[in-house]
Design a protein around this ligand. Structure first.
Ligand SMILES: Nc1ncnc2c1ncn2[C@@H]1O[C@H](COP(=O)(O)OP(=O)(O)OP(=O)(O)O)[C@@H](O)[C@H]1O
Ligand SMILES: [Mg+2]
Length: 255
């Protein structure tokens, strides 16, 4: 076991490759047989499960809604019992595949209500993370949700963009928002779907972030998505090799 888990949160604009990159990071860390890995799908559309070849079961949101229903119908017990129940249900919601565990967060919560339940859930996820070497979070297209709904502390904030100005603008916005919203040790930018190296010359990397690396446009990744193949089982390809290099770079930046 590592002394503390490496918590990698993957964020960026819609459609830039967050889920594919999260799945390929999971694939890389699972290559070390001693690593225990928790993959967290923080996207309501639950795209990470199929990318990992996992059938998603109950989500954190299902557990939360059940509890709220019980509170509203007067069935819920005291705080200690509630905590024990949530803890148990959260562990039962983990889908396991050898050294990989998977947890889906579910739909966004209703604004402003049931803060206590949300707080407890976040604490449980935080303490759950301590049993793993790596936690990989496939985020929604924004950091606020990751902070509010999933975990307070990440070690690596990974921002993904394609070479578009819009993708890079979202990266800048996330960096600004995350300054106050989330604590992280290291922020890195991964440029995805690069067709030729010359594309990189015109890209201005925002000052607050390190360029972790870039991933080429790779037909194997696109085809796997169309045919429903998971990214843990596909052959080694240019994209998986590039993710390997990106992960090495990220792990050089560990506090
Ligand atoms: N390096 C790559 N080469 C080729 N295709 C890629 C690459 N990265 C991602 N794709 C393809 O781009 C599409 C979007 O990728 P993905 O679903 O990972 O993005 P996302 O950021 O998670 O999207 P969303 O915001 O909708 O969750 C998918 O069809 C995926 O197969
Ligand atoms: Mg996705």
């Amino acid at each position: 076991m590592l002394d503390k888990p490496r918590v990698i949160a993957v964020c960026g604009k819609g459609g830039v490759g967050k889920t594919s990159i999260s799945a390929m990071i999971v694939r890389e860390v699972l290559k070390q047989p001693e690593n225990k890995v928790l993959a967290v799908d923080a996207d309501p559309a639950v795209g990470l499960a199929p990318a990992l070849g996992i059938l998603a079961g109950r989500t954190v949101d299902d557990i939360r809604n059940d509890l709220i229903r019980r509170v509203e119908s007067g069935q819920a017990a005291g705080k200690a019992e509630m905590l024990a129940m949530l803890d148990y249900e959260m562990f039962s919601a983990l889908e396991e595949k050898k050294n990989l565990a998977f947890l889906a967060i579910g739909r966004p919560e209703k604004e402003g209500c049931y803060c206590q339940v949300n707080h407890i859930l976040k604490e449980i996820i935080g303490s759950m993370a301590q049993s793993f070497d790596f936690v990989v979070i496939d985020g929604e297209a924004g950091i606020e949700q990751v902070n509010r709904r999933v975990m307070e502390n990440v070690t690596h904030l990974v921002l993904v963009s394609d070479s578009s100005a819009r993708g890079l603008n979202v990266v800048k916005t996330i960096l600004t928002v995350s300054e106050n919203a989330i604590s992280y040790d290291h922020a890195g930018l991964i440029l995805n779907r690069i067709r030729q190296a010359s594309e990189l010359e015109s890209i201005q990397v925002p000052g607050e972030v390190n360029l972790t690396g870039w991933i080429p446009e790779d037909d194997l990744i696109r085809i796997a998505d169309t045919s429903g193949d998971n990214l843990l089982d596909i052959a080694e390809c240019a994209a998986t090799k590039a993710v390997h290099a990106c992960l090495n770079n990220l792990m050089e930046n560990v506090k």
